[in-house]
Ligand binder design. Structure first.
Ligand SMILES: Cc1cc2nc3c(=O)[nH]c(=O)nc-3n(C[C@H](O)[C@H](O)[C@H](O)COP(=O)(O)O)c2cc1C
Length: 178
């Protein structure tokens, strides 16, 4: 089926339209945490992606403009906290710069010495494997040392909005003849 595009933009000239177009790709929402020296750092991230099962590798990227950028440049371990569908408030909390983001939050120290947030859908404790410059972001590749899943539904982010996952009615319907 042919359709008329909403936008057909040069991404370099129209970054906001580029961003809208990227929003058509749904993601989960994570909070990446680390401990650098005595300081706990964390930010909301939806650039998280799996890379490889064997070896177990993931990636995410951080903007150079983030307050915690310098800390993550030197952190050799971090945890990817996958938010559950009742944790929009945590996404908003870690999506803002500010001091003491962990004060009055419920969290425990993971085995790799980085914070694990309570109530998440899953978490991945990682060691830093490699990094790559990507424009105004740094792409960090992590080797997963520990993967923990909980019986909770995942928070989604698509088209610039938080979403809840539900089964698609077409999931179990045989493919229609074309
Ligand atoms: C849903 C969502 C996804 C985000 N994804 C990323 C991301 O992948 N990388 C990034 O650098 N910032 C991302 N951000 C923005 C950061 O969370 C935000 O800039 C935050 O203030 C950074 O914290 P800091 O300044 O304390 O480091 C995202 C924000 C939201 C709400």
């Amino acid at each position: 089926m042919e359709s008329v595009p909403l936008h057909d933009a040069d991404p370099a000239a129209e970054p906001l339209l580029f961003r809208k177009c990227l929003g058509q790709f749904a993601t989960g929402v994570t909070v990446v945490t680390a401990k650098v020296g005595e300081e706990l750092v964390g930010l909301t991230v939806n650039s998280f992606s799996s890379v490889s099962l064997t070896p177990p590798l993931i990636l995410w990227s951080i903007a150079e403009t983030s307050n915690s950028y310098a800390k993550f440049c030197v952190a050799d371990r971090f945890t990817i906290n996958v938010l559950a569908d009742d944790q929009i408030w945590l996404s908003k909390h870690f999506g803002r710069s500010g001091p003491n983001k962990f004060a009055s939050l419920s969290w425990t120290m993971g085995r790799n010495g980085t914070p694990v947030l309570n109530g998440v859908a899953a978490f991945f404790e990682c060691s830093r494997e490699s990094e790559l410059r990507g424009g105004d972001h740094l792409i960090l590749v992590g080797r997963v040392q520990r993967a923990v899943q909980f019986d909770r539904n995942t928070l989604l982010f698509a088209q610039g909005r938080y979403r809840i996952a539900s089964d698609h009615p077409g999931e179990n319907i045989a493919m229609a003849a074309t």
